[in-house]
Design a protein around this ligand. Structure first.
Ligand SMILES: Nc1ncnc2c1ncn2[C@@H]1O[C@H](COP(=O)(O)OP(=O)(O)OP(=O)(O)O)[C@@H](O)[C@H]1O
Length: 240
C-alpha cells in the first residue's frame, strides 16, 4: 500500500459569534498516517467536528498549516481541491445535508462519482454494486427513494457514497450517534469491513469510547479545542 500522510501544524480556528470571537481549535499539531484508524473523542463543544471539517477541508483554519504527502495544502483551490476531495471524504451524522431524500439510493450513492470522476453510468453502477457486495448491503434497495430508509440504512448509504471515489482517508463525524444498538452495530461493522477491504484510513469522531475502541488503534481526547492526550489500542482489542 502506498504510504500517505496528513499533517496539521499549529492549527487554530476562531469563529465570530454575536458574543465575540470563539476559539474552537487551539494550536493543534497532528499527523495521520495511512493504515491507521483514529478516533477523536471529547465532550460536546470540545472541537471534534471542527477538527474533522478542517482535516477534510470543508472548513479553513484561521491560522496554521496543512500538508498532504508533504505538499502544502493549506490554501488549496480549484482543480487541486477537487482532486483532494477524491482522496479524503467526510460523512456526517445528519445525512439530510448530503443525501437527497427524493432520489433513489443509487442516484445518491453515485453522486461523488458523477461530480469527481469521468465514469459513465454503467461503470458507476458497477462500482456501487461491487462496494455493496463487499459490505454486505442488499442490492434490492438500489431503486428505493432515500426518504423511505431507516436512519441506519441512510448512514450506510452515505458511507457507500463516500467510498465510491476510493478515498485514502475517510472522516466520519458522529455517524453512529442517535442510532439504535442494532443499526449502530451494522454501521460499525461496515466501517471495520471498509478498513479491511479497502485499506482505508479512518478518522472517526465520536462521544462513545466503546465504539471508538472497536474500530480504532489510536484514540485522541480533546478538550476546549486542544488534543489533551492520546492512547494506543492494542491489536487484540480491535476487531479488524
Ligand atoms: N460555525 C460556527 N460558528 C460559531 N461557533 C461555532 C461554529 N461551529 C462550531 N462552533 C462552536 O465551536 C465549538 C466547537 O464545536 P464543534 O462542533 O467542533 O464541537 P464538538 O466537539 O464536535 O461538539 P459536538 O460533540 O456537540 O458535536 C462549540 O462551542 C460550537 O458552538
Amino acid at each position: 500500500m502506498e504510504y500517505r500522510e496528513i499533517l496539521l501544524q499549529g492549527i487554530n480556528k476562531t469563529y465570530m459569534t454575536n458574543k465575540g470571537e470563539f476559539h474552537a481549535l487551539d494550536n493543534i499539531d497532528l499527523k495521520i498516517r495511512s493504515g491507521e484508524s483514529i478516533s477523536i473523542l471529547g465532550e460536546s463543544g470540545s472541537g471534534k467536528s471542527t477538527l474533522a471539517k478542517i482535516i477534510s477541508k470543508i472548513e479553513n483554519p484561521t491560522s496554521g498549516k496543512m500538508f498532504f504527502d508533504k505538499e502544502n495544502i493549506t490554501n488549496l483551490k480549484g482543480k487541486k481541491l477537487l482532486n483532494f476531495r477524491k482522496d479524503i471524504q467526510i460523512v456526517f451524522q445528519d445525512t439530510s445535508g448530503t443525501l437527497n431524500p427524493k432520489l433513489s439510493v443509487l442516484r445518491n450513492m453515485e453522486e461523488g462519482l458523477v461530480n469527481l470522476t469521468n465514469y459513465n453510468k454503467n461503470e458507476r453502477k458497477e462500482i456501487i454494486l461491487e462496494l455493496m457486495k463487499k459490505l454486505n448491503m442488499k442490492e434490492e434497495i438500489l431503486n428505493t427513494p432515500v426518504r423511505k430508509l431507516s436512519g441506519g440504512e441512510a448512514r450506510r448509504v452515505s458511507l457507500i457514497r463516500a467510498l465510491g471515489t476510493n478515498p485514502s482517508f475517510l472522516v466520519l463525524d458522529e455517524i453512529t450517534s442517535g442510532l439504535d444498538l442494532i443499526s449502530e452495530d451494522m454501521v460499525l461493522d461496515m466501517i471495520s469491513d471498509s478498513i479491511r477491504a479497502f485499506n482505508m484510513t479512518v478518522i472517526f469522531v465520536t462521544h462513545d469510547e466503546e465504539s471508538a475502541k472497536r474500530i480504532s488503534n489510536r484514540l485522541l481526547y480533546m478538550d476546549k479545542g486542544k488534543i489533551m492526550y492520546e492512547k494506543a489500542i492494542k491489536a487484540e482489542r480491535m476487531i479488524i
